[in-house]
Design a protein. Structure first.
Lengths: 399, 399
């Protein structure tokens, strides 16, 4: 019998999706589930994007250029320009979601066995892409108690070896909701310069910042232009997760040349979805303010509800739409399953993501879960109530 | 300065797409170009697929399940059933085009440094995916003079080392148009069994067979169920190249488990494009007969025109919609560029794909090009006339 490769066997199941069979089972038994495990917002995709489909007159759905439809590249140039990121077409490759941009970056920057430093907890799917590309993640632990603050330069440098090729951050952060400010970014830029590392900058939550701090991209720091790759996506920005339209952005010609070869191998990103993304550039400040206001309300509901739960610890997120909380249970994954299988209030329950899959260091995050505040206020309130009641009952049984 | 990885620097430019800048330059000067370099058919995408877009009532474009929308998986089950391939949902993962299925297969079956045997010339983008995944392609040369016949079992076995994990074929073949019959497949199955290898079976041209031979999939041969992976796509079948909807199919649970983990990391294939693909299953025998008839006419035009060109050698394709021809020139790539830059008939010229990029062995295919017969009869006739006249003029200048 043939056996799958070592890396094939090492590919982790997504902590966000692996408990879906338990959810399906619960649904089959008639339960309703509030899905706070996955970053799938219930915000509507903008009408001007959806209208593209109605008006489409194509008789053939053809390949587009490997780097993306020029019209969509131009829309992206306008969009980034508003964020003080000045680009030309040859500095942008449209990708199959932010996901492909991540895999592309790991492949283009690193060879099998090379290392990338990532503050943990981190977006769980980085693990899958690292295994697939043979790249080794060296995690740098950040902790809830210290408000997920980045470690010191010395701590970063302890992780650096001759194999280290890059630092990767997600800012604002999924899964912690932490926003790294200018001081943090300067620190990372300094380390990257000193040790000649790539900086992979996952900025898909750029617009989701709840405080007064303005967003700055690593690409705008001095001396960073030849080492930063922005990994981006319209999934969350325009609530179009299923469109699978992302972007790989760099100002370094050698990086873009290698990325273009990768892009040519897989031909192109989906044509219709790119066409749909073009008018997104017309969405103005009002759209983003309204959306942000909506997420802020949800965040506030979550934070208020959590404050009222005994033994639950957390820090209020500054950005993105996630929060990692620590629970007064030993095994958060067991609790998440229990909520799906054995608990409900009037036929309703809630699904969360066990946080251990967001850590690379074994044993961390075992009593934590990630909550995505992607449902409207009313639903979020009900979901949080289920969590509170569930937690009380679970502790009675399991303590 | 940071430098891209060894594999990043080794990623080959697509031989199908790398001369596009010369085509763009010619277009900018007002020339019209017949694109016979790329498998982008002018056949219309079926109306029942396009109509899905008009009728779409989604207010949100959400993620789908990582393995694909269940409704589309069910459509695929029906489709494969007609080809005597009986599947269940958990034996199918919907991918971002056939491209992703290829990369997924290489990753799941092989570790960096492992080897896959592929008869050459082969679909050029296998090269890019092999470099990206660290897999080594061991080519097994087939030659025009012998009608692209598969080498003997002995020749195959000469390529097998302790690192060999798989054989990969494309049948009917891109770029040669060769159809491997039952005898060929039995040979491959025998070798795979004897040496315990995976069989990666690229079957995207399944319906495009011009003779009387019926298509058989490797998955239906005895003892092959636990080692065959079908790599598939709707791009050519339904002229929907820009939809980026492919499939990864296997009956082996361990393969599917690893592939599902890979699929979870990149979340899902595009939702709208999957919805659009669902009614493709309703297209009946008439659709395929009509489409095949159209391609057969085009093939016949190409073959007739080529027969009339001095010094041009070729074999009539049995399947797919490509042909590799050898030209009476030293450097086919130079000739292809010359056609774009320096030649036209009444402002029209033709673009071909230099064939050297379809070989892995250095030096092979230098005087060959691939022609994709993807344009209607009239356009194909004109394009072939441009090729003939161009060839005559080029030989006058370069001999």
């Amino acid at each position: 019998m043939v056996t799958v490769s070592t890396r094939g066997a090492s590919l982790p199941a997504s902590p966000i999706r692996k408990l879906k069979p338990f959810a399906d089972e619960a649904m089959a038994k008639g339960k309703s589930i509030y899905y706070l495990n996955i970053g799938q917002p219930d915000i509507e995709t903008p009408v001007n994007m959806l209208n593209v489909l109605k008006k489409l007159e194509n008789k053939v759905i053809p390949y587009g250029p490997s780097q993306g439809l020029p019209e969509y590249q131009d829309a992206l140039i306008k969009y980034y320009n508003r964020h003080n990121i000045n680009l030309t077409r040859d500095q942008i490759i449209v990708t199959n979601g932010g996901s492909e941009a991540i895999l592309m970056a790991l492949t283009v920057c690193m060879d099998p066995g090379d290392e990338v430093i990532i503050p943990e907890p981190f977006y769980a799917n980085y693990n899958g892409f690292a295994v697939a590309s043979g790249v080794v993640i060296k995690p740098l632990t950040t902790v809830l108690e210290n408000n997920w603050k980045l470690p010191s330069i010395e701590e970063f440098e302890k992780q650096i070896t001759s194999k280290t090729k890059a630092i990767m951050i997600c800012n604002p952060n999924n899964p912690t909701g932490k926003l790294y400010g200018k001081e943090d970014l300067l620190k990372i830029a300094e380390i990257a310069k000193k040790h000649n590392l790539f900086l992979l900058s996952d900025e898909v939550y750029r617009e989701f910042i709840y405080g007064d701090e303005k967003y700055t991209s690593l690409i705008n720091f001095e001396g960073m232009q030849d080492r930063v790759i922005i990994l981006d996506s319209i999934s969350k920005r325009f609530s179009a997760c299923g469109s699978r339209i992302g972007a790989f952005v760099s100002k370094d010609p050698a990086i873009m040349q290698a990325a273009l070869c990768y892009a040519q191998a897989r031909l192109c990103a989906p044509t219709i979805d790119q066409l749909m993304a073009i008018p997104s550039v017309e969405l103005n400040e009002c759209y983003f303010e309204e959306t942000l206001g909506e997420y802020q309300k949800r965040r506030d509901v979550v934070v208020e509800a959590l404050s009222d739960m005994e033994g639950v610890d957390f820090k209020t997120p500054d950005g993105a739409f996630y929060i990692i909380i620590s629970l007064p249970v030993k095994d958060a994954e067991h609790f998440v399953k229990w909520l799906l299988v054995d608990f409900d209030i009037n036929g309703e329950t809630v699904m969360l993501a066990p946080a251990n899959g967001f850590y690379s260091t074994p044993g961390l995050g075992e009593n934590q879960v990630r909550i995505a505040f992607v449902l409207n206020e009313e639903k979020t309130k009900r979901a949080m109530n289920i969590l509170k009641e569930g937690l009380d009952e679970y502790r009675k049984i399991n303590m």
